[in-house]
Design a protein around this ligand. Structure first.
Ligand code: FAD
Length: 411
């Protein structure tokens, strides 16, 4: 069974910004109009370039970007205390700070481009149900505080207060971080794409790219089902589909299915939350409905390394997983008992072995760039990585991209 459309796709604005025939030549060609490709086009266009974006779907945001939970969670994939152990303090802090810069950019750009209605403020509460996890989260609260970042370990009564509704006694407490954002994913990404187009970017939707090769006279030959384009520079922003064009990344990028369940609207507001090291997570849509996702890997081999659909972005949908997610909600949120499920959907994420994305130059190939594999966690980087990569493409330093994200580490 293929996944139904997401709430965001059903309630987001329609896209009318695509141009007609492909040009024969372009300066920068961006492959993929998810949040990464669309936002990169925005930063390139606001710098005076005229990027061409190629997208196989009829509109931007029909891939993972239009099927996610819309949460812009600050920090990298690992909790800060664990990231410090993994990458060293300087690099872990660079990763965390990138997501804080991202938060500020999201707000700035949303205000500048009339996208305020697509963004809504929230907080994040990571809940611990085991002593080990509680310790990890307490250490993270301390490490963040030491780095001047607002975070606090809350014991159960305080966590209940922050959650605003009755958490069960099995919760030991939680790491609370205020000042977070969530977005209506499709409205936000299409808003970015429309802003990019207003500033001079061209979007060609309904065009599937089949190969990228070095052109004999310099530059890159992009072959599509609608013709060929010679580009001076190419950015591959194809999420889990990236290895189709860059097969060297096949051993590095694992396609992973993510699934979400959405309830009917509820009359209370809760912050974004994570439980069991993010294995179960949730948030709330602007209409008050609850989102719950995760439980990946509870059936070995079901969600990791899935076969990617050739023609679109909707992986197989598991009614069994949807049921289990729906069943999990009342055990955390007793107030949600009896609230009907409104819909459920799935999408494709791209994971790397070290859980860091690939952002930067393709080694030894001038003018070829990659920005992909955000490990189920792309939104917290969705302005800052495109902005920094745009700077590199224009010959600048772009040194806000953490070195842990350099694609060369795998190549
Ligand atoms: C269920 C679920 C929940 C999630 N929740 C969150 C969350 O709350 N917070 C968060 O930060 N992240 C979340 N994520 C992950 C987040 O959605 C991704 O990290 C992010 O959207 C990646 O953006 P992207 O632009 O790289 O990929 P995509 O949005 O997938 O964009 C890639 C684009 O490339 C296009 N494409 C592919 N092949 C070709 C081709 N050959 N030619 C032309 N175009 C092509 C696709 O159609 C697609 O539009 C979630 C993901 C899922 C599935």
């Amino acid at each position: 069974m293929r996944s139904p459309d997401s709430y965001w796709l059903d309630t987001g604005p329609t896209w009318t910004g695509s141009s007609g025939a492909l040009p024969r030549r372009t300066g920068v060609c961006v492959l993929g109009a998810g949040v990464m490709g669309s936002t990169l086009a925005y930063w390139l266009a606001t710098a005076g370039l005229r990027p061409l974006v190629l997208e196989r779907n009829s509109a931007p945001a029909m891939g993972s970007s239009g099927r996610n939970a819309g949460r812009l969670i600050q920090g990298g994939n690992a909790q800060h205390a664990l990231a410090i152990e993994k990458f060293g303090h300087a690099e872990a802090l660079a990763i965390y700070r990138a997501t804080l810069t991202n938060r500020d950019l999201v707000r700035e750009v949303a205000a500048r481009e009339g996208l305020e209605a697509t963004r809504f403020p929230t907080a994040k509460l990571d809940l611990a149900v085991t002593e080990d996890e509680a310790l990890e989260l307490k250490r993270t609260a301390e490490a963040l505080t030491a780095d001047g970042i607002e975070a606090e370990w809350l014991d159960l009564p305080a966590a209940r207060e922050a959650f605003g509704t009755g958490l069960p006694d099995t919760v030991l407490g939680g790491l609370y971080r205020p000042d977070q954002d969530a977005v209506h994913s499709v409205a936000y990404v299409r808003g970015m794409a429309a802003a990019a187009a207003r500033h001079g970017a061209d979007f060609a939707c309904g065009v599937t790219v089949t190969s990228v090769e070095a052109a004999p006279g310099g530059g890159w030959l992009v072959t599509t089902d609608a013709g060929r384009v010679l580009a001076e520079q190419v950015v591959v922003a194809l999420n889990a589909w990236t290895p189709r064009l860059l097969p060297e990344l096949a051993p590095v990028i694992t396609p992973v299915r993510g699934q979400l369940v959405q309830t009917a609207p509820v009359p209370f507001r809760i912050p974004q939350w994570g439980l069991d090291r993010g294995l179960l997570y949730g948030g709330q849509a602007p209409d008050g409905s609850l989102l719950i996702g995760g439980l990946r890997n509870t059936v070995p081999g079901r969600d990791e390394g899935i076969d990617l659909p050739q023609d679109d972005n909707t992986p197989a949908f598991s009614p069994d997983l949807a049921q289990r997610l729906a069943d999990a909600l009342p055990s955390l949120l007793p107030e949600a008992t009896g609230v009907p499920v409104a819909r459920a959907w799935s999408g494709v994420m791209a994971f790397t072995p070290d859980r860091c994305p690939l952002v930067g130059a393709w080694p030894g190939a001038a003018g070829l760039w990659v920005m992909a594999a955000f490990n189920g966690h792309g939104m917290p980087y969705s302005q800052v990585m495109p902005e920094q990569l745009a700077e590199r493409i224009r010959g600048g330093r772009g040194d806000g991209i953490p070195s842990a994200f350099d694609p060369a580490r795998f190549l």
